[in-house]
Design a binder for this molecule. Structure first.
Ligand SMILES: [Zn+2]
Length: 255
């Protein structure tokens, strides 16, 4: 109760609880940490870095804090906070800076019930948690799917069903062994378009670097050659294909 009171006063007394520059700073910090975790270079697209780790953006965490503060007040029927909020909601105008206006925007953003509906009939903590989790997950699924479709370098990256809750399969399938982690690092670079192939390196460094595949010396090293054609990688490819075939046969025994 003391906490709710204190936080609500803080939120009400400031036009915006967080400055944009603070959020940007936090996001930058988060992004750098996520890149280091995965051995990704700085140029990796933000959306890819998040999808691979199944990590929720700072923006989302801050929105969720606003949601839960609001829900806490909704549940305090008869309190001063509840009364003030109810009055503010009745008088708020779009574009205003008060908590009652921002909370309406933040609820709408995730297609959650309106602030008035929640204030009149607040759901139980458990019900709210599942409702909000689903809404946040759906929001980021949609948002990231659209960002992926706009970014050709990420065309091989697939989004998880619950994007802010699940690690991407590339990381999920790794056991804590050095060679598996190294292999996964190559995969995430391929999936984010940040793996430097000889053809790209040659473009950047002009004459100093050859376009030719360093493994077989037979063709230009591009993504197709690396994954499908290079003869030196045939053994690993056959093993991988056999594993894939076994899995598919297990799932669909009829073929
Ligand atoms: Zn080759």
């Amino acid at each position: 109760m003391e906490d709710v009171h204190h936080t609500s006063v803080v939120v009400w007394n400031r036009s915006s609880p967080h400055k944009n520059s603070d959020i940007q700073q936090l996001e930058k910090q988060q992004r750098t940490t996520f890149e280091h975790f995965q051995g990704l270079p700085e140029r990796a697209a933000n959306v890819g870095v998040h999808i691979l780790l199944g990590a929720e953006p700072i923006e989302s965490l801050l929105d969720k804090n606003q949601h839960s503060l609001f829900l806490n007040i909704c549940r305090l029927k008869g309190s001063t906070e509840h009364e003030i909020l109810s009055r503010q909601l009745a008088m708020s105008t779009p574009g205003g800076k008060s908590f009652s206006t921002t909370i309406q925007d933040v609820l709408r953003k995730y297609s959650l019930p309106s602030a008035r509906t929640l204030l009149n009939d607040p759901p139980s903590k458990l019900k709210w948690k599942s409702m909000a989790d689903k809404a946040v997950s759906n929001y980021w699924h949609k948002e990231w799917t659209s960002q992926l479709s706009e970014n050709p370098s990420l065309k091989y990256l697939q989004i998880q069903r619950r994007p802010t809750k699940e690690l991407h399969n590339i990381w999920q399938s790794v056991r804590p062994r050095e060679h598996e982690v190294k292999r996964a690092e190559i995969k995430v670079r391929l999936a984010t378009g940040t793996y430097v192939q000889q053809t790209n390196a040659a473009k950047i460094n002009k004459a100093e670097v050859t376009r030719t595949c360093q493994l077989c010396n037979k063709a230009d090293e591009n993504l197709q050659h690396f994954i499908l054609d290079c003869r030196e990688l045939q053994e690993s490819r056959t093993k991988g294909l056999q594993m894939l075939k076994n899995i598919l046969e297990r799932i669909h025994p009829e073929g």
